[in-house]
Design a protein around this ligand. Structure first.
Ligand SMILES: [Zn+2]
Length: 270
């Protein structure tokens, strides 16, 4: 299990409509992360003795440096999640700026050179796949096309990043926050727990991986955090489910890939 969180803070709300910055109550959903959500989740992870990856927008690091330092100080991985959480669109000059400004902010504020990237709004394009490789990222966790890690193959035929595919059923935004601009009601904990347990049970039998996409403004709310605690306790009770950061899983994949290439080379040599 790739245990990961997306820390968008207010950028979750301003990315689709920058004018929302004047709507202070809408903004306050994002403000919950630095104020309550992240500290509570860090407590939960400490209690469960787990390490996670936090994909964080550069803007959130600038706005809440103490929050970002607390994540890092607790030994979790910091991943790249854009700067303003702008969805990558081919040909958009903001695409490069989002990647570079995010990298620069993580380096300057936290001294971190991230190895992992998750695309804001989970979108990608060829230009972005190439750019991430050029900038030296090791892995991406944005795509939805597998239940096992794999290596991207770029349009030019060369190898791209390692992908740790996202499991949509573990996106808490679908069940929890009930978007301010959506009429959909929240899901009760029992329904979500049932979905999460079934997804994990079957994926485990397949020998695959699940990837969580949890947001502190959703899963940092009291009843959602209670649900997450139940789920993590359930997952840990299997005893053979490896719960890890993206960097750990991507490094493991890279080691397996190198070993299998070496085995093929030995087999092919006379
Ligand atoms: Zn996000």
């Amino acid at each position: 299990m790739f245990l990961s969180f997306d820390v968008d803070a207010e950028t979750a709300w301003t990315a689709p409509d920058p004018e929302r910055y004047r709507q202070l109550v809408t903004m306050s959903f994002g403000g919950y992360e630095g104020r309550v959500g992240v500290p509570r989740l860090l407590d939960l992870l400490r209690e469960q003795e787990l390490k996670a990856t936090f994909f964080i927008t550069g803007w959130s690091v600038e706005a809440y440096p103490a929050m970002a330092e607390a994540i890092l100080g607790a030994g979790h991985e910091i991943g790249h999640h854009g700067f303003h959480h702008i969805m990558p669109i081919p040909g958009d000059p903001l695409l490069i700026e989002e990647v570079d400004r995010g990298l620069e902010t993580l380096k300057r504020r936290l001294g971190v050179t991230p190895t992992g990237y998750r695309a804001p709004s989970g979108e990608s394009c060829e230009e972005l796949r190439v750019l991430l490789k050029e900038r030296g990222l090791l892995y991406s966790s944005s795509w939805r096309d597998d239940v096992r890690p794999y290596r991207h193959l770029l349009d030019d035929g060369t190898a791209g990043l390692i992908e740790l595919p996202v499991t949509m059923t573990y996106d808490d935004w679908l069940y929890g926050l009930s978007q301010r601009y959506s009429p959909r009601p929240m899901f009760p904990a029992e329904h979500v727990l049932s979905i999460w347990k079934d997804e994990l049970a079957e994926t485990r039998e397949w020998g695959g991986m699940v990837t969580t996409v949890l947001h502190p403004q959703v899963s940092g709310r009291p009843m959602r955090l209670r649900l997450l605690r139940s789920f993590l306790e359930h997952a840990r009770a299997y005893r053979d489910v490896w719960i890890a950061t993206g960097q750990e899983i991507a490094s493991h994949f890279a080691a397996c890939e190198a070993a299998s290439k070496a085995a093929f080379a030995r087999r092919d040599s006379p």
